[in-house]
Design a binder for this molecule. Structure first.
Ligand code: ADP
Length: 568
């Protein structure tokens, strides 16, 4: 940080700072004049007492008196001299201990602090940055995106309209820039012409639309990825110039609902990469319950490989001796053909007749209900606001923290509860409560912030999905060619070019899972997608690999095997 030029620039630019510095200089000059005047008076008063003191000695006496040091080596003996000494002392206290320090703090120091703050939260992007992602809002999606960008060593700038809001963020280590979001000037200063993308993630669609329009006028080519709260907003954002729009409410509610019904087929596809399908399949009501993965013989019978097993929100990589229970959910990899074979072997039983209980009748709760209805599953929404617009027959008005309300909604014999309020504290509280009254319930919860994920799992949620991670992954995927698909909160499937350190090496020798925790699902090269790569075959230098890993495992993989360059 080079604060001196910033300080000088601040003083030069601001009339107020210039006036302050001038005032400080005037006070310092006044102090010198007072010292000189006192030294002259001292000289003549001492002469009157019959002593001669040189100009240096006179100044020395004035300074030791003004600073209250008073060594006592030169003293007046007459009343006039002593009265003068008292005046010098009082003037010294006033000037040196009160006026000068206070004026210094008020003027020069304040300008210095302002300059330092400006350096931390500048109004212009620092030189030498390019290919950065411009993020236009401070919200949970942006923070999750920043974490992701940092993992992959992308640069970004977080635009904040108010300096007061920017400074605490800068102090926390975020790369912020201050500027009005609806002014083209801001984006020019953020070097939009050399940026790689703009992420427009504010929770208000109207702000997002205005931001997208402002940017599009200035930079016709730059990808703008936006988050929309509704289908209409999604269309408007596209009209405003957004290149990609994620309707978060819809995606999140689909995700939550999918955990309940698992689709019409038992194997429910959750991600696909050029012919490779990743699917989840419940184990209940099949002869697989009680078997180990090895004993299921799924690879020989259906061609699918078992990547791992979910149990109560916890994912365990698929070891041959992992035992399946009625609550297990298999994570499978295979081609469409393999999954069809699996579905034929293990058909989906008809959906349970007991209504699913949804807590919270906001946008997510209502959309989740609609997704369930679409799948032919009955549901009840508990909503504490009697004014909320909810369909009759599905609505239970009351506070879900009250047992009587939960009972009215049918919690006694429901198999699944989906907790959808946007307050993580309430979601954690409700999860704990529900788990205590119904230990066997499938609890699926929404979380707003990534940081509350662990607590929600600890409270007893089987599956958790956060709003912010979902939005961040979507935006990040538009930047990276290697798709990231989210299997569940915190567990991603992602595609990367084979890192130079792995090129030509055999999987059997690398020990990828023990070193990084990542599971290699497939290898892709010119010949196509190889879903069950032979561990004794060397990895191609120019191919791609598809991995399954948690966010932490992904980071440890990238640390152990850095990529040749950022994936484009
Ligand atoms: P979104 O619209 O993003 O889904 P909201 O916060 O608007 O999020 O919706 C959550 C809904 O949950 C609100 O309508 C709120 O009244 C409701 N809610 C919050 N806490 C409880 C509770 N303890 N019991 C029942 N409903 C609740």
């Amino acid at each position: 940080m080079n604060i001196v030029p910033t300080f000088l620039a601040t003083v030069r630019r601001s009339r107020h700072s210039r006036r302050n510095v001038r005032l400080m200089l005037q006070i310092v000059l006044l102090m010198f004049a007072v010292i000189a005047l006192f030294a002259v008076i001292f000289h003549y008063l001492m002469l009157a007492e019959g002593h001669f003191h040189s100009p240096a000695a006179s100044i020395y006496w004035v300074l030791e008196t003004m600073t209250t040091l008073g060594y006592g080596d030169i003293v007046f003996t007459g009343d006039a001299g002593r009265l003068f000494a008292a005046l010098v002392l009082l003037t010294g206290i006033l000037l040196i201990f009160i006026i000068v320090p206070f004026t210094f703090i008020e003027t020069v120091y304040a300008s210095w602090v302002a300059a330092r703050n400006e350096e931390m939260a500048p109004r212009r992007l620092a030189r030498g940055i390019s290919g950065h992602v411009i993020i236009t809002s401070v919200d949970p999606v942006s923070f999750a995106l920043i974490r992701k960008l940092e993992h992959y060593a992308y640069t970004y700038v977080l635009l904040v309209s108010k300096f007061d809001q920017a400074l605490p963020l800068a102090n926390q280590g975020y790369n912020v820039m201050v500027g009005e979001l609806d002014k083209p000037e801001t984006y020019k200063k953020a070097q939009i012409e050399i940026a790689s993308m703009v992420a427009v993630t504010c929770q208000r669609d109207s702000i997002n639309a205005n931001v997208a329009m402002t940017i599009r006028r200035l930079a016709p080519e730059i990808p703008i990825v936006a988050i929309a709260q509704s289908a209409t907003a999604s269309q408007i954002l596209k009209l405003a110039g957004a290149t990609h729009v994620l309707q978060l409410t819809d995606s999140l509610s689909q995700f939550l609902a999918r955990r309940v019904y698992g689709g019409k087929q038992r194997a429910n596809v959750v991600a696909s990469f050029d012919g490779l399908q990743i699917a989840e399949a419940t184990v209940r009501d099949t002869k697989l319950v009680g078997l180990t993965i090895e004993a299921t013989r799924l690879r020989t019978e259906a061609g699918v490989s078992v990547l791992g097993v979910w149990h109560r929100g916890e994912f365990t990589p698929g070891n041959p001796d992992t035992e399946l229970t009625a609550r297990s959910v298999l994570v499978l990899a295979g081609s469409t053909d393999h999954l069809q074979r699996f579905n034929a072997l293990y058909p989906q039983p008809p959906v349970s007749g007991k209504p699913v209980v949804i807590i919270g009748g906001g946008r997510i709760g209502v959309a989740t209900g609609q997704a369930l209805e679409h799948a032919g599953i009955d549901y009840r929404i508990i909503e504490r606001d009697p004014e909320a617009c909810l369909a009759d027959g599905h609505r239970v008005v009351g506070d879900a923290t009250r047992l009587s309300v939960l009972m009215d909604a049918g919690i006694g014999d429901a198999s699944t509860v989906i907790v959808t309020t946007h307050d993580d504290d309430i979601n954690i509280y409700l999860t704990l409560y529900l788990r205590s009254i119904r230990p066997d319930l499938l609890i699926i919860s929404r979380s707003m912030h990534e940081r509350n994920l662990a607590n929600l799992h600890r409270a007893g949620a089987d599956f958790v999905m956060s709003h912010s991670t979902m939005g961040a992954n979507y935006i990040f995927n538009r930047l990276k060619r290697s798709n990231i698909e989210m299997l569940a909160e915190g567990l991603d499937i992602f595609r990367l070019p084979v890192p130079p350190k792995l090129a030509g090496r055999k999987l059997a020798d690398v020990g990828l899972r023990s070193r990084t925790g990542c599971i290699l699902i497939a290898v892709q090269d010119e010949s196509g997608m190889n879903i069950n790569p032979d561990p004794h075959e060397p990895l191609p230098a120019s191919g791609e690999i598809i991995l399954l890993a948690t966010v932490e495992q992904e980071a440890s993989f990238l640390k152990a095997y850095p990529l040749a360059s950022k994936p484009k």
